[in-house]
Design a protein around this ligand. Structure first.
Ligand code: NAD
Length: 250
């Protein structure tokens, strides 16, 4: 498989290149706005890349979205959108692109987190409105967006588990009054080199259920991205996520 890696010089880009080398996957070219010495050609703009590719993996940032989608559409390249922090307008752009090419998008590429998501939804279904759901995520101090894409994914699943109608409340502060039953609290902690931790707490009367996942290395996301790129091969245009990839496993 030949991959074009966008955000190649970043933390995740470097991890993808490392895992790809271990797995014998070829990084045909990289794209990044900063220069670096890498074992494959590096371009400042995706539109300058001439190498053939079976898939693109974008671990840059939401600001790279338009160029990634425009080039992938023009060249018919399936793409794994692994960055986070997309706006509503970005999401609409992604949906329109998915009418032309196969697009895989997820806020979290780890198998464990996706299992956590399924368990959290189930817990909300079983526990119901008598329990208050609060999500705490922890990441390294360089992370730019908050809350994490994963925390938002988890909140969405928890809301579905509760039957809908809940609203996200981010990082309470000041005289916020009593907690309403309709709230799903989301809290972002930042510090040091924490790779990524997510905790979903269901607090009821005299009992608490906590589900948690901790990523110990970025390699879990890198190998998930390569798995998604391989899975996209030969897929029809459409918007896919981890549920589609895991459908055959769970
Ligand atoms: N989906 C997942 O499982 C998952 C896991 C980890 C990180 N992420 C996300 O991946 C993204 C990258 O994370 P990171 O820790 O590697 O960040 P990083 O800041 O270390 O790396 C991002 C790289 O992308 C480059 N870049 C930024 N904007 C660009 C653009 N418009 N065009 C080309 N290059 C551009 C930067 O120069 C940098 O080298 C973040 O959005 C992060 O939240 C997702």
């Amino acid at each position: 498989m030949n991959i074009i890696l966008i955000g190649a010089c970043g933390r995740m880009g470097r991890n993808v290149a490392e895992v790809a080398a271990e797995q014998g996957v070829n990084i045909a070219a990289g794209v990044d706005v900063v220069p670096a010495q890498l074992p494959f050609p590096l371009y400042r703009s995706f539109s300058d890349v001439r190498e053939d590719a079976d898939a693109a993996i974008d671990f840059s940032s939401a600001s790279g979205l338009e160029s990634t989608l425009a080039v992938c559409e023009a060249r018919g390249i399936p793409v794994v959108l692994a960055a986070t922090g997309y706006t509503e307008a970005d999401e609409a752009r992604i949906r329109s692109s998915a009418e032309k090419i196969a697009v895989f998008k997820t806020g979290n590429l780890s198998l464990g987190v996706n299992l956590l998501q399924m368990l959290a939804k189930k817990a909300a279904q079983v526990l119901g409105d008598a329990f208050d759901a609060e999500i705490v995520e922890r990441h390294h101090h360089n992370k730019k967006d908050a809350p994490s894409g994963t925390a938002l994914m988890l909140a969405k699943s928890v809301n579905e588990g509760f039957g809908g109608g809940k609203e996200n409340v981010y990082g309470r502060h000041g005289m916020v009054g009593e907690r309403r039953q309709s709230e799903i609290g989301i809290h972002a902690v930042r510090g040091g080199t924490i790779v990524g931790e997510h905790e979903v707490m269901f607090a009821g009367e005299d009992e608490i259920v906590t589900l948690a996942h901790s990523a110990r290395s970025r390699k879990v996301f890198a190998s998930g991205a390569l798995k998604a790129a391989a899975w996209l091969q030969g897929r029809a245009p459409g918007l896919y996520d981890m549920d589609d990839l895991l459908a055959g496993i769970v």
